[in-house]
Design a protein around this ligand. Structure first.
Ligand SMILES: Cc1ncc(COP(=O)(O)O)c(C=O)c1O
Length: 411
């Protein structure tokens, strides 16, 4: 072992998070660039055969091959780890592949997982269908009822998985309570922090072992690339996840890493600005007669408002969901057609299921993000046909109100 390490940026010991967001990564190359370089290379030239052998054998830290190590990707990993307060991070090609890496790294046939019933639709499919093919059983429980999680624990429970707030119902889970249940069970707790990002919530401060990200959302922040990441302790990343990445290769491309790396520089100010606009919109929606219910953790009417405020830096995040009237009078069909009416009358909001963009997006979760679920799974997740999700961007919020009023006012 030569002990050679990839160098670190040197900071004063008390440097704060906002500074890390723009400077953590790698020291500049020999050319002294101020903006981080994009290393578009699939492999790295080694000085000689013996050094190559040492590096492939992990005796020396160096860049070898971009499936598992690339300087631009490393810069993103170090910066995101710093923001999450994690020792380490491993970047992945998408948010879903971060959850795939989580499962492949921690689980084996015969293991049991407890997962919130309200998580993103593809996450339910990954645990409930794909991992089940390999003999991993998942129990789905209520997001907001820690007692249900505790009751679901079995001798073979290895992982608890939550997302907070959830997509699209913005249900909040008590991360600290779940971390206690996980520790008692000898299991890991993983939290998908996609909706809040580390700018508002750092799950590890509440006892989570692993934080999952879809970098596609707020980390990029401008709807440009698909990306993901998993943050955890250094031993967990090195022992459980890096070997899987080397063999399975769900790696983040250097170009996409560069985009999300630069996105992290403005994450905090974007999140704060978008959340402030979302609160204005949610309060306005609550007062509209055509709206049956609004889901937004920043509203006092949200059942977990107090918990959300404590866990999410006093912010509700930037996603607002609401149900248009119709279900009571005409059932699911009328509710769905009313929701489509509101969506189709917008002229500014982008009709797309992505979120976390500076452009405000609008979607009908029941037929898009949660469209592949069975009706039973959708009902269990609380997704009704009258529901609309708005992911508030940096548009002037008065324009977004006018945009929604066009459809709501003609229902
Ligand atoms: C909460 C949450 N987690 C994970 C994902 C998956 O991320 P990706 O689309 O980057 O695979 C999404 C996507 O919408 C999401 O909303």
């Amino acid at each position: 072992m030569t002990g050679q390490k990839i160098p670190r940026v040197q900071f004063p010991a008390d440097v704060r998070r906002d500074t890390l967001a723009v400077r953590e990564g790698l020291p500049p190359s020999a050319w002294g660039e101020n903006s981080e370089a994009l290393f578009l290379t699939s492999s790295f030239v080694q000085p000689d055969a013996a050094t190559a052998a040492a590096r492939f054998a992990n005796e020396e830290e160096a860049f070898i091959y971009s499936r598992f190590s690339n300087p631009t990707v490393t810069m993103f990993e170090r910066r995101l780890a710093a923001l999450e307060g994690a020792q380490a991070c491993i970047a992945t090609s998408s948010g879903m592949s971060a959850i795939l890496l989580l499962g492949m790294g921690l689980l084996k046939a015969g293991d049991h997982v407890i997962c919130s019933r309200s998580v993103f639709g593809a996450t339910i499919m990954l645990f409930g269908r794909e991992f089940a093919k390999f003999g991993v059983e998942t129990s789905f429980v209520s997001q907001a009822e820690p007692a249900e999680w505790r009751r679901a624990v079995k001798l073979n429970t290895k992982l608890l998985f939550a997302e907070s707030p959830t997509n699209p119902l913005t249900e909040v889970c008590d991360i600290r309570a779940l971390s206690v249940i996980a520790k008692d069970a000898g299991a890991w707790l993983a939290v998908d922090n996609c909706f809040c990002s580390p700018a508002l919530q750092r799950p590890m401060e509440y006892g989570a072992d692993i934080v999952i990200h879809s970098g596609t959302k707020y980390l990029d922040g401008q709807g440009r690339v698909i990306a993901g990441a998993l943050c955890a302790s250094e031993p967990l990343v090195e022992e459980k996840f890096v070997p899987v990445m080397r063999s399975a290769g769900m790696s983040l491309s250097p170009f996409n890493a560069w985009v999300v790396l630069k996105g992290l520089e403005t994450l905090s100010i974007r999140m704060r600005a978008q959340s402030a606009r979302a609160l204005v919109l949610a309060s306005w929606l609550e007062a509209q007669p055509q709206v049956e219910r609004v889901f937004y953790p920043g509203l006092v009417s949200h059942p977990q408002h107090a918990l959300a405020m404590a866990q999410q830096s006093g912010s509700g995040g930037a996603v607002v969901s609401f149900i248009v009237k119709g279900q009571a009078a005409g059932g699911a069909a009328l509710a769905r057609s009313n929701a489509f009416h509101v969506i189709d009358h917008t002229r500014i909001c982008s009709i797309t299921s992505n979120l976390g963009d500076t452009k405000t997006t609008i979607t009908h979760p029941g037929s898009t993000s949660h469209g592949r679920l069975t009706e039973e799974q959708r009902q269990a997740a609380g997704i009704t046909q009258g529901m609309i999700r708005v992911a508030v961007g940096l548009d002037d919020i008065e324009d977004i109100k006018t945009d929604l009023q066009r459809g709501l006012g003609t229902l």
